[in-house]
Design a protein around this ligand. Structure first.
Ligand code: HEC
Ligand code: HEC
Ligand code: HEC
Ligand code: HEC
Length: 210
């Protein structure tokens, strides 16, 4: 049978759609947060447990800020971070809440396999310095976090009641922009674990009235 290019395109589209279903990106097993997918970096997860690097059912770590009692299992970053200062002079304090949890791998200094009872045996694998996912400790080139939402003295920010994807993170009673405002930890449907599509910068304009 002789196929035209058009027919071939349809076949390829069907194959791509098929594999998208098999690789449901709303499931963490199919994302870069399944550390078992990272065997190339030498990280060995006991019994291929997807949740274990971050959560444990028992003997979880105390996370002091009280904002992140989610049965946390991973070592916490001990780094000091340089924080972004906005044009209005706002600056977040040292990372807290779930932002600190994210940076407990993405600082490039805390071993990603330092979790649970692994401390004695872990391989000391950091996210390599040449990866974009290694944010380092200088956050001055990253969207501000630890910042109040909406900024009390500024206009141009939408009310949080209009959000459909992003969220504020409430720490000590204050609504803030944190990593988890824009990202999930588990769902990669939009890519880069984002809470909203970047198509038309939809994620950005949920907050910024621009
Ligand atoms: C890479 C680290 C990581 C992995 C792996 C991970 N989680 Fe999470 N999980 C988090 C973080 C961070 C939060 C807090 C997210 C937030 O506040 O938005 C969270 C929150 C949660 C919550 C609290 C409510 C919610 O849904 O946000 C549950 C329940 C949960 N995770 C279950 C799981 C299960 C079950 C697995 C394995 C199938 C898993 N997680 C794997 C990091 C992880
Ligand atoms: C236990 C370690 C760990 C924790 C905790 C963790 N991550 Fe990750 N994350 C990783 C690793 C490892 C990768 C893969 C890095 C790579 O391939 O360069 C990754 C990848 C990512 C990516 C890139 C995804 C892509 O499709 O390329 C994003 C975005 C991300 N993480 C955000 C977060 C956020 C936000 C949090 C907190 C809510 C978080 N991570 C917590 C280890 C972690
Ligand atoms: C205001 C929204 C916002 C906040 C807050 C935010 N991010 Fe992101 N992040 C994004 C967007 C959008 C992208 C995708 C950029 C792209 O694809 O070019 C991204 C990309 C990433 C990536 C992937 C880098 C890459 O290209 O592989 C990582 C890892 C990441 N973010 C982690 C974090 C962590 C950790 C925090 C908190 C310290 C954080 N983000 C805070 C919006 C945000
Ligand atoms: C969850 C709400 C939220 C989301 C989503 C968000 N921002 Fe922001 N953004 C803020 C807040 C709050 C500030 C800090 C404003 C202040 O306090 O001065 C800020 C600051 C900024 C600044 C720096 C302004 C300055 O004065 O230095 C830029 C640029 C920016 N955002 C762009 C973006 C882009 C691009 C996106 C999408 C990738 C995005 N933002 C997504 C809330 C958000």
């Amino acid at each position: 049978m002789k196929r035209t290019t058009g027919q071939l395109a349809v076949v390829i589209a069907a194959l791509v759609a098929g594999s998208a279903t098999a690789q449901d990106m709303s499931k963490i097993v199919n994302t870069p947060h399944n550390m078992a997918n990272l065997d190339v970096w030498g990280v060995v997860i006991p019994e291929n447990q997807v949740c274990l690097p971050c959560h444990t059912p028992h003997n979880a770590r105390a996370v002091e800020d009280g904002a992140s009692q989610i049965l946390w299992n991973h070592a916490l970053t001990e780094q000091t971070f340089e924080m972004y200062t906005t044009a209005a002079g706002h600056q977040g304090g040292q990372p807290e809440g779930t932002s600190k949890l994210c940076l407990s791998c993405h600082d490039g200094a805390t071993a990603i396999d330092d979790f649970g009872g692994n401390e004695d045996t872990f391989d000391n694998v950091m996210i390599p310095a040449d990866r974009l996912s290694n944010m380092g400790t200088d956050l001055r080139d990253d969207h501000p976090i630890g910042i109040e939402y909406p900024p009390p003295d500024l206009t141009g920010y939408n009310d949080k009641s209009t959000f459909t994807g992003v969220k504020v993170v409430t720490i000590n009673g204050v609504d803030r922009v944190e990593c988890a405002s824009c990202h999930t930890a588990h769902d990669n449907s939009y890519g880069k674990f984002l809470r909203q599509t970047m198509e038309g910068s939809a994620l950005c304009v949920e907050c910024h009235d621009k």
